[in-house]
Design a binder for this molecule. Structure first.
Ligand code: TYM
Length: 374
């Protein structure tokens, strides 16, 4: 989706993303106070990722809550394109999905699009995307999803179930619609043009399996919206509910761009990083600091452009008071230097990654079993 300053598609995020403008471009809605109040009423709190506007936009979330209040359970659907190791940005939507699974008791369908990544990345073989799928699956399971309520599937294996649904979608989407949504040009391979039907398919799977219309809520970052515009277009033509969406911002790049990106390793902390790798990347990260310590103490720094601040905000400070103190007194007030702030974050991130790796290891032998193949 081109605009003057930034581009957001499922395969490319470039420039400085203006999220308000993006909502207008995509036609999604902000998560407003009324919706937050409904969360408060339904689950007894406003979860961190909503009150800090990490998840900030939606399509039909109000309808999902209406149906839930009316006694109809919704199903969650999200996924991963296995093109490499998982980074902390990928974990954000999955952690929020886990939260939603817990508080709403929802079933989860999780799609591993090894087909997508094979088609998209010249350098990746089919074997490589498959083997990343098994590896990425460990990250998902390590977050503690309820195995009774979670179905994880690999596209190239689960194709017998997904393909008939994808065909129904594909038949209803013209090339010109796909080109307008994704910006394909004549050099796009024809697999990529079809692929969106595969990502749409699981949005209808719960209805097909249940033999009746089932509401589906998809938590993910907003880069995936183009796929779900296609799915929502096709839904009424196929006789299904349109899937609802809840969208997050991008977990920022450590180098100051807008998105932690697996293809640029120095922008990201991977769940498989050693403590030393994580330490080095955070030490080298961009910050909103001043050129000298003296200036920083006198003038304060700028948290609004700082990925280190964002990491605390998005995840690593649980208490809102700690975030407010960092933003105002420590950072803007010039009472902390970026070096000290980074040291504190390194400790927290290294502990988090170590603990995640410990949980991940428990499932090493089980990935193939967990990743449903047929
Ligand atoms: P993928 O593998 O690019 O990303 C997996 C999930 O992580 C989100 N994401 C991020 N979130 C926050 N900050 C970031 N820096 C960041 N980078 C990626 C993505 O939005 C996604 O939610 N085609 C998909 C796989 C997929 C899928 C789905 C995703 C299949 N079905 C349904 C969401 C919902 C993909 O390649 O995601």
């Amino acid at each position: 989706m081109p605009s003057e300053e930034f581009i957001v598609t499922p395969w490319e995020v470039e420039g400085h993303v203006d999220y308000n403008k993006l909502m207008l471009l995509f036609g999604t809605q902000p998560i407003d106070d009324e919706l937050l109040a409904r969360f408060q009423k339904l689950v007894g709190e406003i979860p961190l990722m909503l009150r800090r506007q990490v998840f900030f936009s939606h399509r039909d979330l109000d309808w999902i809550l209406d149906t839930y209040e009316a006694g109809e359970k919704f199903v969650l659907y999200t996924g991963r394109g296995p093109s490499g190791q998982t980074h902390l940005g990928h974990l954000m939507p999955w952690m929020f999905t886990k939260y939603l699974q817990d508080v709403f008791g929802a079933d989860l369908y999780f799609q591993m699009t090894d087909d997508e990544k094979f088609l998209q990345k010249d350098e990746l073989s089919a074997n490589a995307t498959r083997s990343f799928s098994y590896d990425n699956c460990l990250d998902l399971i390590a977050l503690g999803f309820d195995p009774e309520k979670t179905r994880i599937f690999l596209d190239t294996e689960y194709v017998k179930t997904l393909y008939p649904i994808a065909l129904e979608v594909a038949k209803r989407i013209t090339f010109s619609a796909a080109r307008a949504v994704f910006g394909f040009d004549a050099s796009a391979n024809i697999g990529m043009i079809f692929f969106t039907s595969m990502q749409s398919a699981p949005a209808f799977l719960p209805s097909i399996l249940a033999g009746r219309n089932v509401p589906v809520l998809i938590p993910c970052a907003i880069d995936q919206d183009p796929h779900f515009r296609i799915a929502r277009d096709a839904a009424p033509k196929m006789g299904y509910y349109k899937p609802a969406l809840i969208y997050s911002r991008f977990f920022p790049s450590l180098l100051g761009m807008d998105k932690m990106s697996a293809s640029l390793p120095d922008t990201s902390i991977f769940t498989t990083d050693t403590p030393e790798e994580a330490r080095k990347k955070i030490s080298n990260a961009f910050t909103g600091g001043r050129p000298t310590a003296e200036e920083q103490r006198r003038l304060g720094a700028n948290p609004d452009i700082c990925p280190i601040y964002d990491l605390y905000l998005f995840h690593f400070f649980e208490k809102d008071e700690d975030v407010a103190k960092l933003y105002n007194a420590e950072c803007k007030g010039g009472n902390i230097l970026c070096g000290e702030d980074k040291q504190r974050l390194i400790k927290i991130v290294v502990d988090f990654v170590k603990e995640h790796q410990r949980k991940r290891r428990q499932y090493l032998d089980k990935a193939r079993e967990i990743l449903q193949v047929g």
